[in-house]
Design a protein around this ligand. Sequence first.
Ligand code: NAD
Length: 478
Amino acid sequence: MKTITIAKGDGIGPEIMDATIAVLKAAGAKLNFEEIQVGEKVYLSGNTSGIPAEAWDTIKKNKIFLKAPITTPQGGGYKSLNVTMRKSLGLFANVRPCVSYHPFVNTKHPTMDLVIVRENEEDLYAGIEHQQTEDVVQCLKLISVSGSERIIRYAFEYAKSNNRKKVTCFSKDNIMKQTDGLFHRTFDTIAKEYPEIETEHWIVDIGAAKVANRPENFDVIVMQNLYGDIISDISAEISGSVGLGGSSNIGESVAMFEAIHGSAPDIAGQNIANPSGLLNGALLMLHHVGESETAIKIQNAWLKTLEEGKHTADIFSPNLSSELLGTKEFAEAIITNLGKKPNTLKAISADNVKPIEVPIVRFKASKKKELLGVDIFVDAEISPDDLGEKLKQASNDSSLDLLMITNRGVKVWPNGFEETFCTNHWRCRFLMPDESVISNQDVLNLMNQLNKEGVDIIKTENLYQFDGVKSFSLGQGQ
Ligand code: NAD
């Protein structure tokens, strides 16, 4: 028997967890359950992380965690426990299968069967945000070579293990050439190692539109954290109901399984929630711990129950459903069907699911790093021409030259447009006239001079080249 950690969470969490555990036990899953308290009550007791220290110990000891949704209280500086857990436990891959169950559950996309593999630790979810001027705040988008490689390898390994034929990458590398460019390039490099799998890339905006319109054209889609968060909710919803989808969060030692949806406080305590999302999360968990036989038995019984038209309120339709069931009664109907297979929906068999190894990161990040210059960000209530003049004079003694000034990324000096709206947040780029390599001391000397002349420096970014390739964006219009 394996002991796993469970948390019943908030809102509908306790109801759907009880229903899920009832099904797992009836199917003979070889599991013991150790419960921890996390979420709203812990937050409101004054613990802003939402999780007590002893709960971390239990999660790390048992390594497998089945979690019902949690309510993050609004305001008051409470950090999302879901994001904290994914990042603290190194749960780098968030896998979200989105399948439609036509003709038993209403959907516009009868043959939809796709899996979103979402990077779970990086991107704007690093949560590094600052107010820099009266007018401007920033959020840093951090993407690493190793993080991109790991999630993309995982997507390909997942496709291989699950008999999936195609892996698609979404990115916005036409705009974010460094961050999303790195992700796309990594995808292209790794794709070559899997010649048996078809690959494609879409810019995320048109890619998302295509998912919404023709999801049946997609198989596995890998993307960064924010895009994955948004597009997996859309995918789950258009498959039939957000209440159906489960997801896994995979790390090197710990794995967490959950429903895609939240705690649905609007329907909590009424025995009307659909437990299928958490149950599907639990099935991913059973496969993960090597209990695929039990997972398959439950999944077939669940599909059979959907086919019989025994539905919870979120998927109930007078034309398709035979009986409206509560959360508990729906779980009982699944238990009654254990051992049966669906007639129309595709039954699951052992040979289409194989365990996945967590991929080893092989790429070396870099290489020869050389400093070429610096972007100095300045807070000033001034015109671009006056700022250009002031900075040129202030940096007179420096070996670095002022090359350009941008405002929110658009070049405004030299020769900017009068029409460009400027806020009090300027990026001022300094390089050597011949673009030769400099030292950190050159940057410090420059900053010292600007500081003496009363320039309000709010941030600096060094401009590097790696292996002779300039690794920073140009200003728009440069
Ligand atoms: P939600 O997913 O909880 O609910 C959205 C809508 O879907 C609601 O109308 C709800 O009734 C319905 N719904 C969701 N799950 C259902 C189910 N199983 N059966 C039937 N209907 C279902 O999203 P929300 O309202 O934006 O968020 C509520 C709370 O959940 C927030 O505090 C949010 O922070 C939290 N949340 C938690 C997680 C998580 O723990 N992983 C994920 C998302 C949101």
